[in-house]
Design a binder for this molecule. Structure first.
Ligand SMILES: C[S@@+](CC[C@H](N)C(=O)[O-])C[C@H]1O[C@@H](n2cnc3c(N)ncnc32)[C@H](O)[C@@H]1O
Length: 251
């Protein structure tokens, strides 16, 4: 599909996510991303799958020189509109993360892919392209739904309540085989989006084959601010992590 599955829901996505990202991203995903990413001030950062630019703007606010890329032209329009309303010097491009010929080799210090790799049909190509675009010593940092515990149509939460306590677990019935699923993640989302499950060793193998050595694996757990906003989700995600952050360095 031209523009990808997010193109169809781009206006809805922009409205939901707004200028700074939705609460789930702001309170759980982004702190975990930034913790693994470290200092970005003065660095050239490519934000893959930038959508309406929520993470790109946050990176620019930390002092990075940011380029945001997304396959959805409509989401890039939203990102540019927001940049025009409050300029931060972020450059936005429509492009496929797996094929970015307009960007020269070794032109970025950091590449972020926040909740993106599992939305890419050709995630292997995107990892290879990230390796090409990174300077030696540069890092790719990706957040994703935890491939071991949050598998679309392959896992579910199981909450067993006894008289005085409860046991929270995740039931996984499909893990080993990569799969493609269409899901509706948000209330009133007008159309489904497409997601791809790949097991953890798939990601590790693609990174290593591309010359990117994993230097961080971080599982995000809720803090008090998240728990205040999402008390039910916080009970579950405090036991079993929903978000995995992978950092990998170009050797
Ligand atoms: C969950 S959203 C990412 C959210 C965003 N990173 C943020 O922090 O707000 C996934 C994004 O990946 C984009 N995408 C899907 N396939 C792509 C591809 N081949 N190349 C670039 N972007 C792609 C979608 O259009 C969508 O905007």
């Amino acid at each position: 599909m031209s523009g990808g599955s997010f193109e169809v829901i781009a206006d809805f996505w922009d409205e939901q996510v707004g200028e700074e990202g939705d609460a789930f991203h702001r309170l759980l995903v982004r702190p975990a991303l930034f913790r693994v990413l470290g200092e970005v001030a003065g660095l050239d950062v490519l934000d893959l799958g930038c959508a309406n630019g929520a993470t790109s703007r946050a990176l620019a606010d930390l002092g990075a020189r940011v380029t945001g890329v997304d396959i959805s032209p409509r989401l890039i329009e939203h990102a540019r509109r927001r940049e025009a309303a409050r300029p931060r010097g972020v450059r936005y491009m429509v492009g496929d993360a797996a094929h970015l010929p307009e960007l020269p080799d070794a032109s970025f210090d950091r590449i972020t892919a926040s909740m993106v790799l599992m939305d890419l049909e050709d995630a292997a190509g995107a990892i290879r392209e990230a390796a090409r675009l990174l300077r030696p010593g540069g890092r790719l940092v990706a957040t994703l739904f935890h491939p071991c515990f949050q598998i679309p149509d392959g896992s579910s939460w199981l909450i067993e309540r006894a008289v005085v306590d409860e046991q929270i677990s995740v039931r996984v019935w499909r893990y080993r085989e990569p799969s493609r699923t269409e899901t509706v993640a948000k209330v009133d989302q007008p159309a489904p989006t497409v997601h791809y499950h790949r097991p953890l060793d798939w990601y590790a193998s693609r990174l290593v084959e591309s010359g990117l050595l994993i230097d961080a694996l971080h599982e995000a757990y809720p803090d008090d601010a998240f728990a205040e906003h999402f008390p039910e989700a916080a009970r579950r995600l405090s036991v079993i992590p929903g978000i995995l952050v992978i950092g990998a360095r170009k050797v």
